[in-house]
Design a binder for this molecule. Structure first.
Ligand code: ADP
Ligand code: MG
Length: 245
């Protein structure tokens, strides 16, 4: 029996299939017809392949942390309801290339909710990526010259959901604002975008630098968009842990 399993393992690796845990799949199932056994083996191959793809997709997504909607305290943050977040968790809006914007001051949970939705999208099998505006602009600026940026931008452009965190943290120069505009217009209507920003839309001109570009970006972004205005205290500050108590 062991010699047989060894032989099968050799074939599996020559065919570049995933190693199947025979004990787990076939234990207690002694009287299988050959057809059923083959079917079960192939089903397990499919499951393992999907699992591998999910792991890879999650790794490539670049999430800053694993946070869920269940971990979010909606009693503390009252400007967004759990119902809204659960409704968005069904991900049907990705099919219509809708966008979601989380706006609000630091520490109110924008990145947490954006990451949680990105994670839900990955679970649902969508290619989703998470980036900051700073990192996106760096990749856009260097995609023609750096292989790493080029690869990253190719992956981002193919994604069904692109989460852009921390829009408004850093001022953009005119070249950067133009690249960002080009990117948003290229993606609009075909890809969903989640944006988080510590600035209200009326303040975007302050870091974009140019009124026409700001209007053009916002025009595309908020055409089909769920806008979630978050207010209140910083969760970080009110749940600050000190070293001594
Ligand atoms: P923002 O992006 O708005 O600056 P974050 O989403 O990064 O804030 O939140 C800061 C930290 O506080 C994170 O660790 C996040 O998980 C946590 N946090 C924020 N709001 C809540 C909340 N209502 N319930 C649970 N954790 C929260
Ligand atoms: Mg944040």
């Amino acid at each position: 029996m062991n010699g047989r399993i060894g032989h099968i393992s050799e074939i599996v690796s020559a065919l570049r299939l995933a190693p199947v845990d025979f004990d787990a799949v076939f234990s207690g199932k002694d009287n299988l017809t050959p057809l059923t056994a083959v079917e079960m083996y192939l089903d397990e191959q499919l499951r393992l392949r999907a699992e591998k793809q999910n792991t890879l997709r999650r790794k490539r997504a670049g999430l800053p942390y694993e946070k869920t909607i269940e971990q979010f305290d909606f009693g503390f943050q009252r400007s967004v309801t759990k119902e809204t977040m659960l409704r968005l968790s069904d991900m049907t809006w990705i099919e219509q290339a809708y966008n979601v914007c989380f706006l609000g001051p630091p520490g109110v949970g924008k990145t947490h909710l954006a990451a949680a939705l990105t994670s839900k999208a990955l679970e649902a099998g969508y290619a989703a990526v998470f980036t900051t505006l700073d990192s996106l602009v760096k990749d856009l600026k260097t995609e023609q010259v750096l292989a790493k940026s080029n690869r990253r931008m190719k992956y981002i452009r193919k994604a069904a959901l692109i989460t852009i965190d921390e829009v408004g943290f850093m001022p953009l120069n005119p070249q950067e604002a133009n690249l960002f505009f080009g990117f948003i217009s290229e993606m609009s209507e075909k890809t969903s975008v989640i944006v988080t920003s510590n600035k209200g839309f009326d303040e975007w001109i302050d870091f974009m630098g140019d009124a026409a570009i700001t209007t053009a970006i916002l025009d595309r972004l908020i055409h089909h968009c769920e806008i979630i205005n978050m207010t209140g205290e910083s969760y970080r500050l009110s749940h600050r842990k000190s070293i001594t108590h």
